[in-house]
Design a binder for this molecule. Structure first.
Ligand SMILES: C[S@@+](CC[C@H](N)C(=O)[O-])C[C@H]1O[C@@H](n2cnc3c(N)ncnc32)[C@H](O)[C@@H]1O
Length: 218
């Protein structure tokens, strides 16, 4: 074997002795190593914190969707709110109104404006906070809100119910209303009708339709 071949065997790239090479190659100092570790930790903490914050922020919007029947936040259109107001003006419920899943409170505020003391129950705590803040800001004492599951409401306190739900939950709600509402109370169902009850009135059309029902006297 020639001398050149022998040298290249030790370090095929430059032909240098690896030990001698290691003496002249720049080494990472312990200070640099520590600062690199710190930067890594900082980035991990920032991204981890941001992910946690985002999860906490989104949770109230996602939580209702984790339930058996998904009832997402879809605000009522202006036409839909107008139809609810038309319905209330026609049937004139004689007592407090409750909006089930009150969202940003738009139906509760419209009904309160019409003269009906109204309450909104809503699972999303951000929306409940927002609605309460709006009621406080505009000094509307007849519009109140609570963070509550609509399936755990004491319905005996109310004479009118507004619901903008989803199709799949209407049979369960129908049974709940039958059991919990006092006779001659009114129900205004938005977009999805109750499956078996005969409506007193149907107002509007398409996705803005509302159906009005009266709980039968027993
Ligand atoms: C279709 S949106 C209607 C919002 C509002 N009523 C409107 O018309 O603008 C349904 C609302 O119900 C809420 N929700 C879902 N499940 C609920 C439950 N079990 N109890 C109370 N609110 C619920 C959702 O967070 C959402 O804001």
């Amino acid at each position: 074997m020639s001398a050149v071949e022998n040298i290249n065997k030790e370090n095929p790239t430059c032909g240098c002795d690896p030990y001698l090479l290691s003496l002249i190659e720049p080494q990472t100092s312990s200070v640099e190593k520590k600062s690199g570790k710190f930067t890594g930790l900082l980035i991990a903490s920032i991204t981890g914190g941001a992910a946690l914050g985002l999860t906490a922020l989104c949770y109230p919007f996602v939580a209702p969707a984790l339930r058996r029947v998904v009832l997402p936040y879809v605000p009522a259109s202006t036409a839909q709110v107008d139809n609810v107001i038309k319905a209330l003006s026609l049937v004139k419920p004689n007592g407090r109104l409750i909006d089930l899943g009150s969202g940003d409170g738009r139906i509760v505020f419209a009904a309160a404006k019409l003269g009906y003391p109204s309450h909104g129950v809503e699972l999303n705590s951000v929306l409940v906070f927002y609605s309460k803040f709006q009621a406080w800001k505009h000094k509307i004492q007849t519009a109140t809100f609570s963070r509550q599951d609509l399936f755990k409401v004491d319905y005996s306190k109310f004479r009118a119910v507004v619901i903008f739900g989803v199709d799949q939950m209407m049979p369960e709600l129908e049974a709940l209303f039958e059991k919990s509402l006092s006779p001659s109370s009114h129900i205004v169902a938005c977009r999805f009708p109750l499956p078996n009850w005969k409506p007193l009135l149907t107002i509007g059309e398409g996705i803005d339709t509302v159906w009005v029902y009266e709980v039968k006297k027993t």
